[in-house]
Design a protein around this ligand. Sequence first.
Ligand SMILES: Cc1cc2nc3c(=O)[nH]c(=O)nc-3n(C[C@H](O)[C@H](O)[C@H](O)COP(=O)(O)O)c2cc1C
Length: 261
Amino acid sequence: MIKVDREKCIGCKACLAVCPFTVLEEVDGKPQRAKRKVCLKCMHCGAVCPTGAITYRKNPAVLEGGLPVLGDDFDKDLKNHILMRRSYRHFREEQVPRSIIEEALGLAAWAPSAKNQHPTKWIIIESQDTINKIMDCILDCVEKTGVSPEIASEFAIGNNVVMGNAKTLLLAYAWDRAISPETDTAIAMATAELYLQAKGVGTCWAGYLKRMCNNLAEIKALLPELPEDNSFYGAFMLGYPEGEDYLHIPQRVNKADIQYV
Ligand SMILES: Cc1cc2nc3c(=O)[nH]c(=O)nc-3n(C[C@H](O)[C@H](O)[C@H](O)COP(=O)(O)O)c2cc1C
């Protein structure tokens, strides 16, 4: 499906150097798709080609416009953005526009993913009725099973540790037999989260929600049916933050623990 146009190719061999699985081999001084090798469709070959000689399914292998130019202070801005990302659990009534969520999840496709599989898919819950019903199922489960009793005790005093007062919930699911569904989903979500927060959208990872969605048939019945052998691998609370105006960056108790050998 990756094709090298031998007319356009100048034989620089840059593509050969970056192909992760030597899918391109040299034939008569120019690269050619090797037989019986699996292409990851990472498009690295196209991204280093100086003449646009590489196509994927007859389409360009790369985005138009070349590389974006980052500002001189980009490293400092990125560092500060990482430091300033917080988990938000209190939100305004206003829904986050779908276009912003879709842009963030679209960008997650550029996150790394095992063998470039990108197995994660998304369900966005905007219906307040569905959100309330999910919470009812969770409280019912806590009461019946005694699991995670802090969910109920906190809820009773007005603190919802499962979903805050989110007006939007995001669920991420993936095929269990993908190479690395949990890690791929976490990286995709972390990537989307950084962009969402750059757009002023508050997010908080919702671990309880993810677990309950996997374990409770009553919640699954409220959601689109997952394909066979798929599970939830992540969840977010989403919204525009309200009443959480951080004035400082919190200290981290656990600092990076690094050993060199
Ligand atoms: C995998 C994961 C699951 C989490 N689950 C919850 C959750 O269920 N409820 C919640 O209020 N916060 C949850 N959090 C948010 C953490 O509590 C939060 O990231 C941590 O306290 C540090 O705060 P910060 O994100 O603002 O730096 C979760 C975070 C991660 C990474």
